[in-house]
Each structure stands twice: as structure tokens, then as C-alpha cells.
Design a protein around this ligand. Sequence first.
Ligand code: ZN
Length: 341
Amino acid sequence: MEFSAVSKETIMRNPLKDMAERRVPSEIRTDPLTGRTARICHFMKLQWEKPDFDRMVAGTETHCPFCPERIMKITPHFDPDLIPEGRLIQDDMVLFPNLAPYDALGAVATMGSRHYIPMTEITPHRISRAMTLAMAFFNRVAAAGHPEGIYHIVNWNYMPPAGSSLIHPHLQVFSSSSAPNLMREELTAAAAYMENTGHNFWDDLVATEKEREKRYLGRIGRTSWLTAYAPMGVAGDVLAVVEGAETTLELTPEDIMDIAVGLTRLMAAYDGMGIYSFNMNFFTGAAGDAHARFHLLFSPRTFFNQTLGTPDIGALRNLFNETLCMAYPEEINGLLKPAFS
Ligand SMILES: [Zn+2]
């Protein structure tokens, strides 16, 4: 397994310091699986200003479609052939069709009736319950033999910097026969890796990173947590790999709780850097994909300029899919590791 990187250096002169020479390093890393490149640069302190949450949230509950006053009145029902009762409900969590679908079987699952939950107040129990509701949907799709029941995916956009248009915490839940770009690229590359080496890439990655330690965070149950070598997020990405599981449907209730516990540890650690928003995606194989391993990516999100609403994604990322991370992932690991020890 190759962790390759190209180091570069920019030379500039500073007119404020008598034209003193300044050398600025950067590094271009290649993802060991897909060959995707990621730039490590800027090397700023990973510390952001949090916004005034009271001001940001104030009034948003009055028209929130996921609040208890509205949710059962306005959210749609599924096709009765798939879900005869219309929606899936567990206590105060509701799963219903996504009003703005991007695939045939898209759903949204609310994470309870509470409108705003600060990142550090989201408990493992709450995450586990919401993911369990998503699993109930996936199992219904699978039991129906639906043609879209190939890849079962949960995505989470928490708060506006991560792409959420609503404050109310919710998960994006969908089953699809169409693997999204990066997941498809990973599956193709992992299949090639297995053909070339006879090994599962993800098992090799976890073993290698555990031995090297510098990007390894720890293990919860059969889930291994590590900082990504070539992250996409500006404050790094964290990867969680579930040993022995190829697909989402193979996750046990214990795996779900372990994942939830790990996610809350990350939220607590990133909260200390002033981060209050993140993306989380499931990556799954299809049934029988021996080269696949269920894993998830957690990627903190921020605004580059809070007042202007400048996102942390510009032309480089949006149109080249070239990413910037503002610190070495090994240093980010050091910031996160206390949460795992
Ligand atoms: Zn709400």
C-alpha cells in the first residue's frame, strides 16, 4: 500500500519586512485506493469562531416542516406497495419520502422532535435510534426485492455550512442501484486491489494504519477509526471501517451504537476547534462484494467567511474535485486522539 506525496514550496518576498524571503510549503497527497489527489496547505491553526446560535436559530422553528406541529400534516407518504402505513415512525422520529428526491427511493429521517440540538448535545442513543429507523427502511426495501435495493446509504448534513437548509437534525436515507461517484470509484479500485493482491483493501488499510499509529484513532467494537491520509475536508476527514461487514445491511445493532459513539467523540473533539457542522456519508458495497467494506466518512465543514457566508468549497473543489486540507492529517489526529483514549 503506497502513501505517496509530492512536497512543494512557494517562494515570496514580503514588502512589510524589507522584502524578506518567505518559503511556504504545501503537499499533494495521493489517496492509496483511488489515486485521487488532495492538497495539504495553508497550515493555519484549526480554530474557528462560532456564530451566535441563538440569533441563527431564532424563528426558524415557526416554519420548520420537521417540528411536531407540522410533520405529520405535511410530509408525504410512500407508495403503499412499499410502505403500506405511509411512513416509518419510531417514538418521536419519522422517516418519510424526500420531497426533493435525487433518486427513486429517497427518504428523510428526523432525529426526534427537538428543533435545534447543539452538536455536543447529540447523544449516541439519538444517533443510534435514527440510524436504526433508516435500517428499518432499508430492510423493507430489501424484503420487497426492489430493484433499487443495491446500495443502502445514510448521509448526514448537520447545520447550514454542511449543506443543510434546515436547522432541525435529520438524516438523508436512500437505496439506489446507482452508486455515487466516489463510492463507485472506490468499489472499482477495491475490486482491482483484491484481484492484484488477493486482499481486501480496507482490511489492509486498517492493519497498516494501526501499525503506523500516526493516523489511527482507536477501535470501538469492530469499528476502526482513523484520520484519512488524503482528506477532502478543510479540517481533515475521519474514516470508520466496520470489520467483517461488506454492506450496510450487515450492520448489527451493536455496530450502529459503536458508530454513534464514535461520531459523538468526533463531534466533541471538533467542537473544541470551533467547528459546528459536518457531513457524514455511508460507503457500502453491494451484496456479495468481497472487495468492499462498510465504512463511513465524517468531514467537518465550516464557512471561510461567516459574515459573507463564504463556503469552504470553491472552484478547485467544485469543478476539479481537488481538495484542500489546512493541516497535516497526522496533526489533526493528535487533536482528535484524546477523545478516543
Ligand atoms: Zn423543527
